[in-house]
Structures are given as C-alpha cells and as structure tokens.
Design a protein around this ligand. Sequence first.
Ligand code: FES
Ligand SMILES: [Fe+2]
Length: 400
Amino acid sequence: MSRNSNEWKERPPFPQTHYVNTEIYTSEQIFREEQAKIFGKCWIIACHESELPGAYDFRTFNHPSGAPLIVIRGEDGTVRSFYNICPHRGNLLLYDPVGNAKRITCIFHAWSFNAKGDCIDISRAKQGYQDRFECKDAGLREVKTEIGYGGFVWVNVDDDSCSLKEYIGDALGLLEANLDQPLEVFHYHKAVVNTNYKLWHDTNSEFYHDYMHYFNRITGMIQPGYFDRKYTGYPNGHASVGSMSIKYDAYEGSAQRGVGWPGLAPGGWVLIDIFPGMTYNLRTSVLRMDTAIPLGPDKVVIEFRGLGLKSDTPEQRAERIRDHNTIWGPFGRNLHEDLLGVHGQGLAMRERSDSHWVLHGREENQTIHDEVGMRHFYAEWGHRMGRSASVPSTEASPAT
Ligand code: FES
Ligand SMILES: [Fe+2]
C-alpha cells in the first residue's frame, strides 16, 4: 500500500540497529564530525608502495580528515608522509598528483625541504631572522605511516593512534596467504560520484544487490556455494565475506581464466571490508582495492586499483590486466552498475527534503544476503561518533 506523508516518516518495524536515518548521508554537520572522529583517527590507505618505486618519488593525497598530504620515499627507501603545507605561511607545497622531488621548494618564498621533512633552506634567513629562527626550527608536520597488508601505504593523522597491526587485528586473516609476496599496481581508476562515501562502502558490505548485476547472478548467485558464504565481523568495524568459487565460464563468451593467484583456489573470491571505506577484493587473478575518499557529505572520490604480482611475466600481467579491465574494472559492467546504484541513492537523498529511513534489516543467518555487514559497520560508526545512525539529530540528546 502506498504511504502518506506521516506514514512515510514512521520508523521501520525493526530494532534501531536494522535501519539508519538518511541524514547520516546528507548532513554537512555530521560529515564534519566524521572528519574529526573517524577519518582523523583511523588508518587510511593513501597509495601503494609500487606507486613510489624510487627514491624521492611522491604522491599527493587529499586525506579525508581534511589535511592535504605528501607521501614520499626517502633516499633511505623509507616512505614517509607529511602535511602538504609550508610551515612559513601555510602555502600548498606540491601541486602535482605524482612526481619526483629531491628537494621540495615552496613557490611562495622559496623555503626548501627534503624527503625527511627537514627544512634545508630558508631564503635570506640571517637577514630576516638573525639568530632567532633557522632551518632546525622549521620542518614539515610528519604523519604516521606504515606499509603493510599487501604493500599498501597506510597513514594516520592521529599521533596517539594504535598501531596499524592493532587497528586491523585479525580482519585480513583470510587473505594472509595471498598477500605475502610483493604486489604491483597495474591500473588506477578514479570515479567522482555525487553521493555519500558510506553508500559506496555499504554496497561493498551487502550482496543482496547482486540482483543488479546480471554477470554476478549468472556466475555467482545461481552457482552452488553462493548462499553459504558467511559474513564475519571483526573489531573496529571490519568484516569479511568467506570465499567461494565463481563459475566464470557460466557467462556466455567468458573464457576460463588462465592466470590464478597464489593461495587462492581457481575462480576463488575473497572480499574484506576495512572501516571506514576500504575494500580488498581478490578475485581469481586480480586484487582490486577500493578506497572511498569523501570530499563532502554528498561527494566522494572512489579510487580503484588493480594489482598483480610484482613477479608477473609479461604474459601473466597481460592476462591480469585483461581480466581486471574487462570484468571488474572500468571497462567491465559490474563496477558501473555499482556506481549507478550509489549515484541513484545520492540523487534521491539530495533531492529529498525530509529525512527518512534506509533499511538494513535482512537476516539470513549471516550469509551473503544478510545485511549484517552494514549493521556491523554502523555499530562501529555509532561508537566512534557517539551517536546512533538511526536517531535523527532533532531527537538526539546533546553530545557529552
Ligand atoms: S609560504 Fe612557503 S615559503 Fe612562504
Ligand atoms: Fe556490486
């Protein structure tokens, strides 16, 4: 039966854990709080070590807490991160997304820094500062950086955070045997979508939407084992979905995949969501890493990296690239269907003036169409935010 305006606002007949208020996807104020309480505290993937192969290679990264960062490999091979902000008068230091800089010189007044963040030159220092200030008194703000779990470069802007190992815990255990040799990014794709970053992560946390993917219905949903896949939640909001074997040859025109992955059964698939917006997706021959980097409550950059083994022969690499780009990457259909889903949610929520509810209420014994993955995410989100995702601001008691 259709709903009138009052009925439309009625809460779903579920416990509060089984729905959220759409305000969490649209509110500027909630986004600002997320920047401080979530992105300002969690470990976030900035890039992959293979994207900085040589000394002085750098990438710039717009950290979702709001700080622009430089990630740079030093002469000693160590990858470090810094605020991309000059300590003199706050100018942006590096503008290019990627490059090589033995010396980082600010264009404004020509102060220079090395790849360890030390200030190495202050123009006309003596004349202006006499003995009151010199290079040793200036330096870039360093950000905690660790490389791990497949060679990704993780950063944390909170100096007091736990270690990356503590943050991940056992969540990546299912992939442990698959990530023990050096990897290499062979493809990078970026989508800017007018939607909330959590909606993308939600899509990676529920598979009920396989109804949207013709390919997945044929290669996965109608194959034995699909409905046996179980969600496992881990501390800090991470979750894994157990492996299954995908029948790629069930899709008309698909050839059997010729290249596999160490430790993964042929046609295997392991997916692990890392809070608050990263997903490891290992399918047969390719690891795809999604990172959702919000630009605001209704705009997100989603980075997609396709990775193979550093030791690949040219033939193996060519096959991985073909598999990634034609099935799971930007020239496949799956990724676009997912993007259409979250784009549509963004459109509908932005246009909707009254807050409403989104259901996370499916229970199927924690198997693949159970929405427990999203519930697990929002339990952690609520814990970190000090508020429930299902209680609108108008009803929430003031934060203490
Ligand atoms: S702002 Fe960078 S040198 Fe002045
Ligand atoms: Fe999908």
